[in-house]
Ligand binder design. Structure first.
Ligand code: T3D
Length: 264
């Protein structure tokens, strides 16, 4: 790991800690950072030693979305094809986060704007520093919410708040984000990272297979009927019930000891 990498990655006790690392640009995305983040999430898909992911940002911000320096119209040339950049860079990463059957915790250490806010909201458990703000910055520059924001905000908040945030680009502070159900908790700035790491470590020591199936189930609920969801619960519980971690969990309960889950 070197300080010039755009994403710092460290594996600690089953937790892959990823730090967006362009602090001078509030960790906004250039192509290198896109590819580095995607490669790390792909690694989390493939490596059984990784049992949880913790995503945060270096410096005073979490992520300010797209690096607008790379979109400077004053340099001339044709208008960029932003549909192409979404399809090439943002959308694959969003899909990888949502489809990763391991917990992804996001520690929003400061401002999260544009696609930066929406990548945070795509994570499974979001903790934010009390000083953090979430900004749907797109409307300020003539764009529409992307990186899954139009989908997640409408689902989490309903149309009235989703539209107001997207149309006005007004910042939402961490306490309000927690009160509105956008995130799990707002925490004092100086305890955020310790609490986020403690949570990620706890989940990494958990029954990874069951946690992954749980994530799949909850995500499916948004579009499933009750009947479809009951069928899915039946099928996934059958799988979970055959796992070594389930046997260990029940045995540990009966033995009155702490379970030692292996993640399978
Ligand atoms: O293009 C595509 O591929 C399509 C996809 C688009 C996805 C998107 O995310 S579009 C939305 C892009 N993001 C924004 O519009 C946010 C722009 N940034 C801001 O509005 C503000 O910086 C913040 C509200 C996030 C924070 O404000 P503040 O006052 O705390 O910080 P600051 O002074 O504005 O920024 C600090 C530095 O970071 C500053 O650099 P300097 O002057 O110290 O050298 C600033 O220019 C730089 N910075 C912040 N955001 C970006 C950025 N540089 C490049 N791109 C940024 N997005």
């Amino acid at each position: 790991m070197t300080e010039t990498e755009t994403v710092l990655a460290e594996l600690q006790q089953g937790v892959l800690c990823l730090t967006l690392n362009r602090p001078d640009k509030l960790n906004s995305f250039n192509e290198e950072m896109h590819l580095a983040l995607r490669a790390q999430i792909e690694r989390a898909h493939e490596d059984p030693a990784i049992r949880a992911v913790l995503l945060t940002g270096a410096g005073r911000g979490f992520c300010a979305g797209q690096d607008l320096g790379d979109r400077d119209p004053r340099k001339g040339g044709p208008a960029p094809d932003l549909g192409h950049t979404l399809e090439t860079f943002y959308n694959p990463t969003l899909r990888l986060i949502r489809s990763l059957e391991k917990p992804v915790i996001c520690a929003v250490n400061g401002v999260a704007a544009g696609a930066g806010a929406n990548i945070a909201l795509a994570c499974d458990i979001v903790l934010a520093a009390q000083s953090a703000r979430f900004i749907q910055a797109f409307s300020k520059i003539g764009l529409i919410p992307d990186a899954g924001g139009s989908w997640s905000l409408a689902r989490i908040l309903g149309e009235p708040r989703a539209k107001a945030l997207a149309l006005t680009a007004e910042p939402v502070d961490a306490e309000t984000a927690a009160a509105w159900g956008m995130i799990w908790k707002a925490l004092p700035d100086d305890t955020l990272m310790d609490e986020a790491m403690a949570l990620a470590s706890r989940l990494a020591a958990g029954p990874t297979l069951g946690l992954g199936l749980t994530k799949r189930l909850i995500q499916a609920a948004a579009t499933n009927s009750l009947d479809e969801q009951l069928d899915m619960e039946r099928d996934l519980q059958q799988t979970a019930g055959r796992s070594a971690d389930y046997a260990e969990g029940v045995a540990a309960f009966l033995d009155k000891r702490k379970p030692e889950f292996k993640g399978a």
